[in-house]
Design a protein around this ligand. Structure first.
Ligand code: FAD
Length: 464
């Protein structure tokens, strides 16, 4: 991610050209849309945020409601946005998780824990929106239905069609630019299971999981190795008769009883399911099962977006996107925030937002279309050479910090704090080794102290 000379010169000499202000539509008022709105306004753009829910917070707005189709495959189903379940606590420590200049510190009367509940994250996002007066530019209960180029000739402008659900008001407007922040945890991916069409049990996706009580005395199989499979299996184990977790990446002979539990087992992947209700694992075990829960992640989905093929989703690769943000053909007038995964999301959203805002104003220059395409092709070639499948294009893990630092260099900001990087890595190791206790026992006290030293700058200036 080394910056080109042009980019470097432009970030170093921002005052040479007058800044331009644009009329920008932001789709979504979750963690990405909120910080996008703040950065765009800071840069002098006029902003309208479209949000189909009644409040800010996106996926952090917990609801008891689930979708009527437990697998969430019916395209006509009423969408319930949140995937958060009742007992969910963050899987990142709050110091690491918050935006860089609006630390996620404890509030009086709030959840004081380092890995707090979903409600505390929602409260934090609400405070962020309040502090930066973002609600005044949000149109709540307004769903974006169509985003398409405003003219065929390619003026760069976008037509945004939306419906305000309560009042049934339809709007058709033109914006200079659109920033897509619609989240990517609502359109489930499902595991392929031989024999599933005649299996008589119940199937669901973790998107529709809320509480463990309905699983009382049942035999449940969860598919997945991700954070949700780890957490939900333990949540359910307190109520279900048996819980079995099948992981595609587990060796074929995996069959391990989870220490500390009398009814929780790890398996290799499911080999097939049968008409009699049984599930056969690759390890040879056969079990009669009531429920299969797919904890198999989600697909990127932009049902409102029409780009004439300039942006596609192919095996969960959204592309082509320069640095996971700008489609070269439509840059900078269309951009995406929040595509990378296996990251610390909020600070990454913040840097992507600063970059987009600066590029739109002309303070930061993008390379030419051809150079952006070359960069994308070289990323794809590297992934291919490493044998990494398309669907992992946006998975970053440790590479996120190099990416963040590249964004920071474009924007003239400081790099990711050393303590944040170390905290992310330390937490990852502890999470793997101690999934039951990592949220309540830790050893990185020195990193917490360093974080709070940094935070004192922001908490003091915020309060002035
Ligand atoms: P969202 O929060 O999904 O917000 C998108 C918004 O766009 C929503 O409000 C939605 O209503 C709106 N929208 C969508 N389509 C339209 C439309 N057509 N018109 C109008 N509005 C629209 N991250 C962490 O940092 N720590 C964690 O511990 C953590 N745990 C997680 C646990 C779960 C179960 C899940 C699903 C995610 C977790 N994450 C965690 C990741 C989390 O998704 C991000 O932190 C972040 O909240 C994503 O923000 P977003 O704005 O991209 O998307």
């Amino acid at each position: 991610y080394s910056p080109s000379l042009t980019n470097l010169l432009n970030t170093m000499a921002p005052s040479l050209s007058p800044l331009r202000s644009h009329h920008v539509a932001v789709i979504g008022a979750g963690a990405a849309g909120l910080v996008a709105a703040r950065e765009l306004r800071r840069e002098g753009h006029s902003v309208v945020v479209f949000e189909r829910q009644k409040q800010v917070g996106g996926t952090w707005i917990y609801t008891d409601h689930v979708e009527p189709d437990p697998l969430s495959v019916d395209p006509t189903r009423p969408v319930v946005h949140s995937s958060v379940y009742a007992t969910l606590r963050t899987n990142l420590p709050r110091e690491c998780m918050g935006y860089r200049d609006f630390p996620f510190v404890v509030r009086s009367g709030g959840d004081q824990r380092r890995f707090p509940s979903h409600g505390e994250v929602l409260a934090y996002l609400q405070e962020f929106a309040k502090e930066f007066k973002i609600e005044e530019v949000i149109r709540f209960e307004t769903a974006v239905e169509r985003v398409a180029p405003a003219t065929e000739g390619g003026s760069g402008k976008w037509r945004v069609e939306s419906t305000e659900t309560e009042k049934r008001v339809r709007r058709d407007e033109v914006y200079d630019a659109v920033v897509v922040c619609n989240g990517h945890y609502i359109e489930p991916r499902l595991a392929e299971i031989p024999g599933i069409s005649s299996w008589p049990g119940k199937e669901m996706h973790s998107h529709n999981y809320r509480t463990p009580e309905p699983f009382k005395d049942q035999v449940v199989v969860l598919i997945g190795n991700s954070a949700s499979a780890v957490d939900i299996s333990r949540d359910i184990a307190g109520h279900a008769k048996e819980v079995h977790v099948a992981g595609r990446s587990n060796p074929a002979d995996t069959y391990i009883k989870q220490p500390g539990y009398i009814n929780l087992w790890m398996h290799s992947m499911i080999e097939r399911v049968n008409k009699d209700g049984s599930v056969v694992f690759q390890n040879g075990q056969t079990i009669l099962v009531d429920v299969i829960m797919h904890c198999t992640g989600y697909k990127y989905h932009f049902p409102f977006l029409e780009t004439n093929g300039s942006v596609t989703v192919d095996d969960n690769r959204v592309g082509p996107l320069y640095k996971h943000v700008f489609p070269p053909e439509l840059a900078p007038w269309l951009s995406f925030i929040g595509i990378p995964w296996q990251v610390v999301p909020f600070p990454l959203f913040e840097l992507q937002s600063k970059w987009i805002a600066g590029v739109l104003s002309g303070r930061i220059m993008l390379p030419s279309k051809d150079d952006m395409m070359e960069d994308i092709k070289s990323l794809y070639a590297t992934l291919e050479a490493q044998g990494i499948q398309k669907r992992y294009t946006h998975r970053m893990g440790i590479a996120q910090f190099e990416y963040n630092d590249w964004l920071a260099s474009q924007c003239g900001c400081s790099e990711t704090e050393q303590w944040r990087k170390e905290m992310y890595l330390t937490t990852g190791v502890r999470k793997k080794a101690h999934p039951e206790t990592y949220r309540d026992e830790w050893e990185d006290h020195h990193l917490v102290s360093q974080a709070y030293q940094d935070f004192s700058f922001y908490t003091l200036t915020c309060n002035m």
